[in-house]
Design a binder for this molecule. Structure first.
Ligand SMILES: [Zn+2]
Length: 339
């Protein structure tokens, strides 16, 4: 009975430990996935964390979890993907408040003047001044036929709609945004070579050159080195090409994870034993690989707090949106008592 009550208390009543997920500290032209937080809001969020919570390195939280311990009111901060703003904007603010964070890096774009395919696609479809009205393309063996009609020309009103669009909460507000979403769904499961081939077809169709906006690039080797070798920060694995792992064979998954781990260990001169699954996408084989190649834990994007006895290869995280202190404070309360 006592054990049962304790179980109920920890599962339903006790405040829980949380892992927060960030991607960018920036103000991009649009943010359809709600992954960017402005630097002003990020600083306010750090002030809330500093004042009300104990922010611990993720590796420390995982270490305790391995021993069956979850400390209340603790929070770990994570960043995914490896955008340059993590280095230029987030790092100085984290240092100002002396808060630790773990940065999960997709290594394929490190040091290149290249955007992630999803950023380029978003820019191309939502913000090109002029596109051909009709798309009729073969992408990964499927044909995509679409008519943009009057939206071939970008208007001020379309631009505003695209700037404000949050795809997780709202239907696509325009034909262009619907086309973007369909293409995104088609490209997401593909291996990187096919994604790039499809993107090239889309660029050719649009009459556009490859876009390489400086603020959308990944960190360079030097920046990663500086970040990874610092006291306050750790690097973590996030695959070579940001592969949606569950769509691929185990051998491919293992290669993506292992090569990324080796690359980052060489840069950080530290062991890399934490992993986050790109798009939060994984299957049983992914979890088995993560365990086999000696990761201490792996994280999804499922919104769940860290509880005792949780499976360490599918731990949850909470995506922090672009909100100021009062809203963030309330949000943390809800998350901390979530089941
Ligand atoms: Zn990612």
């Amino acid at each position: 009975m006592k054990a049962q009550l304790r179980h109920i208390y920890y599962k339903y009543i006790a405040p829980k430990a949380l892992v927060l997920m960030y991607h960018r500290v920036a103000e991009p032209e649009s943010d359809v996935w709600e992954v960017a937080v402005s630097s002003a809001n990020f600083e306010q969020q750090l002030q809330v964390l500093k004042q009300y919570y104990r922010v611990v390195p993720l590796k420390e939280m995982v270490e305790r979890l391995k021993n069956g311990v979850v400390e209340r009111n603790t929070i770990a901060i994570t960043f995914d993907d490896g955008y340059v703003d993590n280095y230029q904007t987030a790092k100085p603010l984290l240092e100002k408040y002396c808060l630790p964070a773990t940065f999960f890096i997709t290594s394929g774009n490190v040091g290149q003047q290249k955007e992630f395919w999803w950023d380029e696609l978003e820019h191309l479809i939502l913000f090109s001044e002029s596109l051909p009205a009709v798309m009729d393309l073969e992408v990964a063996g499927a044909s995509i036929a679409f008519n943009l009609e009057e939206e071939a020309q970008l208007t001020q009103s379309l631009r505003q709609q695209h700037k404000a669009w949050k795809s997780c909460e709202q239907e696509p507000p325009s034909k262009r945004s619907l086309l973007f979403y369909r293409l995104w769904e088609k490209l997401k499961p593909l291996p990187v070579s096919e994604q790039q081939a499809a993107l090239q077809k889309i660029r050719d169709w649009a009459g556009a050159a490859a876009s390489a906006r400086p603020d959308c690039r990944s960190m360079s080797r030097e920046e990663l080195k500086d970040l990874g070798q610092g006291e306050l920060f750790d690097l973590g694995a996030h695959t070579v090409s940001h592969a949606a792992l569950a769509y691929h064979a185990p051998q491919f998954q293992e290669k993506e994870i292992e090569e990324n781990k080796c690359f980052l260990e060489e840069i950080a001169q530290k062991r890399i034993d934490l992993l986050t699954y790109p798009y939060g996408n994984y299957n049983n084989e992914t979890m088995a690989i993560a365990e086999r190649v000696a990761f201490a834990a792996a994280f999804t994007t499922e919104e769940k707090a860290v509880i005792r006895n949780a499976n360490r290869y599918r731990l949850g995280r909470f995506q922090v949106k672009n909100m100021a202190a009062p809203e963030f404070k309330k949000q943390l309360q809800l998350w901390k008592y979530s089941i």
